[in-house]
Ligand binder design. Structure first.
Ligand code: SF4
Length: 320
C-alpha cells in the first residue's frame, strides 16, 4: 500500500497539577495516499489532539510521524515550517472563530498565500486567491463581504479555500461540519469529496458523528481515552463491529424511521481518568463484558481479520 502518513507509537502527554494527562497514548496508524481516514470517538478522547500533533501545533511527547517516509515529529520547527507546513493543512470546526472578522473574504483567502510566498507579486496573490474562491464555490460578488455577513457553509468554504491555497496533499479536517445545519453539512462533505478526487488529497476526518464518517471515510479508527481501540475499512465498522465501545457508539446512531426500533447500548459507570492511567483496559469501568483480566491487563490492538484490528481481550467472541 502507498502510505502518505505513518504514525508510529505517537504519544502526547500534558503536565497538569494532578499528574500527566495522556491525551494521545501510543497511537499507530497508516493513512493511504488519496484516501480518507475517519477518526471517531466521544469528546475528550484525544482525536483533536492527535490531529493537532500531526500538524505540529503540539509537539509530540514520543513516537514518529512519517510523511513520505520522513519523520516530521522530531524535525526542528524551522525546518518543518520551511519544507512541510504548506503540505499539511487543517480545516477547523468553527469557521467563524478561525477567521479574522476585520478581513474581507478575498483578504482572508489571500492571507496564507502571502505569508507562505513572500516573493509572489500582489497581483499573483490576488489571482491565486480568486482561483481558490472559485474552486470552493465562493461567488466573486462575495470578495468584499465580511465573515459575519455570510452563513456557516460559506464561512467554512473560506476555511477550505485557505487550506487549499498552499496546495497541500494532506488535510486534517477537525469536525468541519459539526457546527453547520444538516442541509449545509451535505454540501460541504460533497465539496470535500470532489476536491479529493480532483486533487488527489489525503484526509484525516475527525468527528464524533458516525453518520458523517460513514459518508466520507475509506478507513475508520475509533479512539477511546487517547488510544485507538478499533481500526478497519469503513464498511466493516458498520457490518462487523468488534470492540464493545464501538458497538455502543454505533447503537447511538438514530434511524430516521419511526417504525424501526433499535436497541441502544447505554453505557453505565464512570469514565476512567486519562491522568496517570493504570495499565488496564480503559473501557473496563463502562464495559458490560469486563472481567478481572480487563481490570488488570491492558489489551493490545491486534489484527482479528484482514485489515481489521481491535484492542479487546475477548475480541474473538465479537467477530462475525
Ligand atoms: Fe470490555 Fe474487557 Fe474488551 Fe475492555 S478488554 S473492551 S473491558 S471485554
Amino acid at each position: 500500500m502507498d502510505h502518505l502518513i505513518e504514525v508510529k507509537n505517537l504519544k502526547k502527554y500534558f503536565q497538569t497539577p494532578r499528574g500527566e494527562l495522556h491525551a494521545v497514548d501510543n497511537v499507530t496508524l497508516d493513512i493511504e495516499r488519496g484516501k480518507t481516514i475517519g477518526i471517531v470517538g466521544e469528546s475528550g478522547c484525544g482525536k483533536s489532539t492527535l490531529g493537532k500533533t500531526l500538524m505540529r501545533l503540539h509537539d509530540a511527547t514520543a513516537g514518529q510521524i512519517l510523511y513520505n517516509d520522513v519523520d516530521i515529529a522530531a524535525m526542528p520547527m524551522k525546518e518543518f515550517k520551511k519544507n512541510y507546513r504548506s503540505n499539511i493543512q487543517m480545516i477547523f470546526q468553527d469557521p467563524y472563530a478561525s477567521l479574522d472578522p476585520r478581513m474581507s473574504v478575498l483578504q482572508l483567502v489571500e492571507e496564507p498565500i502571502k505569508v507562505n510566498n513572500k516573493k509572489m507579486s500582489k497581483a499573483d496573490v490576488t489571482a491565486k486567491a480568486k482561483e481558490m474562491m472559485e474552486l470552493v464555490g465562493l461567488a466573486t460578488r462575495l470578495e468584499s463581504s465580511y465573515p459575519h455577513e455570510l452563513d456557516g457553509g460559506r464561512r467554512q468554504r473560506i476555511g477550505i479555500a485557505r487550506a487549499l491555497s498552499l496546495d497541500p496533499d494532506f488535510i486534517v479536517c477537525d469536525e468541519p461540519v459539526s457546527a453547520l445545519d444538516v442541509s449545509i453539512q451535505a454540501q460541504i462533505l460533497n465539496l470535500l469529496q470532489d476536491l479529493q478526487q480532483e486533487r488527489g488529497l489525503t484526509y484525516m476526518f475527525i468527528t464524533h458523528d458516525m453518520s458523517v464518517v460513514k459518508h466520507i471515510s475509506d478507513d475508520i479508527a475509533v479512539m477511546y481515552l487517547g488510544q485507538v481501540i478499533e481500526k478497519c475499512p469503513a464498511h466493516e465498522i458498520f457490518t462487523n463491529t468488534i470492540h464493545p465501545y464501538s458497538q455502543a457508539l454505533l447503537s447511538a446512531i438514530p434511524i430516521p424511521n419511526v417504525h424501526v426500533k433499535k436497541e441502544r447500548m447505554v453505557l453505565k459507570g464512570e469514565l476512567t481518568s486519562p491522568i496517570n492511567p493504570k495499565k488496564c483496559c480503559r473501557f473496563a469501568e463502562r464495559c458490560p463484558y469486563a472481567t478481572d483480566q480487563c481490570r488488570a491487563e491492558e489489551p493490545v490492538l491486534r489484527e482479528l481479520k484482514p485489515n481489521h484490528m481491535a484492542a479487546c481481550h475477548y475480541a474473538e467472541q465479537f467477530v462475525k
